[in-house]
Design a protein around this ligand. Sequence first.
Ligand code: SF4
Length: 198
Amino acid sequence: MEIVPERPSLIELDRHEGQVIEDMKAASNRPLSDPVAWLEEDIERNILLTTVDAMINWARGSSVWPAMFAPACCAFEMIAMAASRFDVSRFGMEIFRASPRQADLMITAGTLTWKMAPNVKRIYDQMAEPKWVLAMGSCGVSGGIFASSSYAVVPGYNRIIPVDVYVPGCPPRPEALLYGIRMLHQKIAKGSLARHDN
Ligand code: SF4
């Protein structure tokens, strides 16, 4: 006896076709897969994307080493800034270097005479690039009280070397000096390797 296979009814065929279409609709609404899903959670939490400029500027600004250089009375406020009360080491700057070759910041803490000027210029020239100068105190900015009365005083360090930040006062307090250093950090943060301005 011949066995005739049972054929699905038209209603069953319609149901099957409808189910296929519903499955396709559901698949098309599924969110795209996360492109970083393959990263382990620990790694994902420890990856930071940034630019080379931002990374280098952050490193430079966080480790400015001042030259050990203090020609006159402003030095006492600079020393106070470096001590525990004002704590410049918060900014990675506690290492004052006795050699200009290991320093990248000159803080002009005092009056500059023309007799000393060639030596100061030499110290600046020996500092490593990139380097910065912070003119501290009225004497550093413009010669201060000696500017008009003394033939021997340089009327501002910017007569012999380029100055990046000016901090006026006679003498400026350690807080003012710290403020000037924060200004310098902002300037460093805007530097660009492509523009060669840093
Ligand atoms: S600014 Fe005033 S405290 Fe500073 S070096 Fe000149 S005279 Fe001295």
